[in-house]
Design a protein around this ligand. Structure first.
Ligand code: ZN
Length: 424
């Protein structure tokens, strides 16, 4: 791929605001599936290409349906693998949601007669991503370690290009040749999220509402609230279909209704457990940090935290319901805690003493406390080497024990920043 193509691809990704999910356990999600040599034959009619977002091809007697299109970076390769299996015309593209790792490849697949189906929240969601294109470009570049692409001046609130040709509210059905498709609104990961149900194969394409990790109910690159109760209702809707094939847009197909029911029930119950714990705690007057520390899943509901995790989700639920005010009077004003960091440093013997204390925290494995202290020390001198050294060690300590892809992305970003300062 030429450099220009890569740059164009990254711009498209970032402007979609949408570097979103990964195949769980892959360190660099942008490279997911790059070594795939042939499409996976899920059954005689359904094929799968992995990517930063899976792409599915459903073949019928009258042409084909593509479900999700991966990112623009990976769509060409996915198309090549899938069309090797069946090169029939693409009659429909169905987008499980408008994140760039699902919708980015539409131009690669869409022909003049192809219908593109999305849920009606697609319009606002695409505009929201475009509205904040600069904000997301910066954060996506940071989290996934690529150069921030240029995004141009802000062009207004409703200037996004809408790929969908059909937008539905609750349900949309179509039949192509010998195969009926039922598309249903299933909000969760996003408000425009949908599920595709193909009764003939008892196959449910569930997008990002299920993957092998606790859901990313708050993603660090920034998101509107992802409502726990929406996830729960949407998972119930899929369970009621009694699927024999579960086809998530990240990770592997799941086969057999017993296993699918076990997994989706556990997933739904894990979300409900965390949601209800947060709501109970809020009603009891507990603050968000207390709940982040307190709420743990019981062993039978542990679903992994390789992508989303509990503490960000707990805070996402709490602040999704209540917003940012934490009851502290100073928080009502535009003077942040860091305004007095230099005062604290002066009182406690200067940046050197604080950096020393930070290093002691690092030694004891209290890396987050060390990070807080280095911020106080660096408020007096952003280039103060002992504080930068302690900060680097704290970040590397956290990196070494992290089991979460998003957490590692942000730790790596800050490690790069500190290293740059230390070498400058
Ligand atoms: Zn995704």
């Amino acid at each position: 791929m030429t450099r220009m193509l890569v740059a164009a691809a990254l711009i498209a990704l970032a402007s979609a605001g949408a570097v979103a999910q990964v195949q769980i356990g892959v360190d660099n999600p942008l490279r997911t599936g790059e070594n795939q040599q042939a499409a996976v034959r899920v059954n005689d009619a359904i094929f799968l290409a992995y990517g930063f977002g899976n792409t599915f091809l459903v073949t019928t007697s009258a042409g084909n349906v593509v479900i999700d299109t991966s990112s623009v970076v990976r769509a060409g390769r996915a198309k090549e693998l899938l069309q090797r299996e069946n090169a029939g015309p693409i009659k429909y593209i169905v987008l499980t949601h408008a994140h760039g790792d699902h919708a980015g490849g539409v131009p690669v697949w869409k022909g003049v007669d192809t219908q593109v189906i999305a849920q009606k929240e697609h319009y606002e969601f695409v505009n929201y991503q475009q509205r904040l294109a600069g904000f997301f470009a910066e954060r996506n570049a940071a989290q996934f370690n690529f150069q921030r692409p240029p995004t141009g001046p802000w062009a207004g609130n409703y200037d996004a290009k809408i790929a969908a040709t059909v937008q539905f509210d609750d349900r949309y059905e179509f039949t192509l040749g010998d195969t009926k498709f039922e598309v249903m609104s299933t909000p969760g990961e996003t408000p425009d999220h949908l599920t595709v149900w193909v009764p003939k194969y008892r196959a449910a394409f569930v997008g990002d509402n299920y993957y092998e990790s606790f859901p990313n109910m708050y993603t660090l690159r920034g998101t509107k609230p992802r409502w726990a109760l929406d996830y729960i209702a949407s998972l119930d809707k899929v369970l009621a279909l009694k699927p024999e094939l579960l086809l998530p847009s990240h990770g592997e197909p799941v086969r057999g209704n017993a296993e699918i029911t076990r997994r989706l029930t556990q997933y739904r119950d894990a979300i409900a457990y965390v949601h209800d714990g947060v709501v109970r705690g809020m009603n009891e007057g507990k603050d968000v940090f207390a709940l982040m520390q307190e709420i743990k899943l019981p062993p039978e509901l542990v679903v992994g935290e390789g992508y989303g995790n509990l503490i960000w989700s707990i805070r996402g639920i709490y602040e999704g319901y209540a917003g940012w005010f934490d009851l502290r009077p100073a928080t009502m004003y535009d003077v942040p805690p860091s305004a007095v960091f230099a005062d604290l440093a002066k009182l406690s013997g200067g940046a050197g003493a604080i950096a020393k204390l930070a290093a002691e925290h690092v030694e004891a494995g209290r890396y987050v406390e060390a990070l807080h202290l280095t911020e106080v020390a660096l408020a007096t001198d952003p280039q103060f080497r002992p504080a930068l050294d302690a900060r680097l060690q704290a970040l590397e300590g956290l990196r070494a024990k992290s089991k979460n892809g998003n957490e590692r992305g942000w730790l790596d970003y800050h490690i790069r920043l500190v290293r740059k300062k230390l070498s400058g």
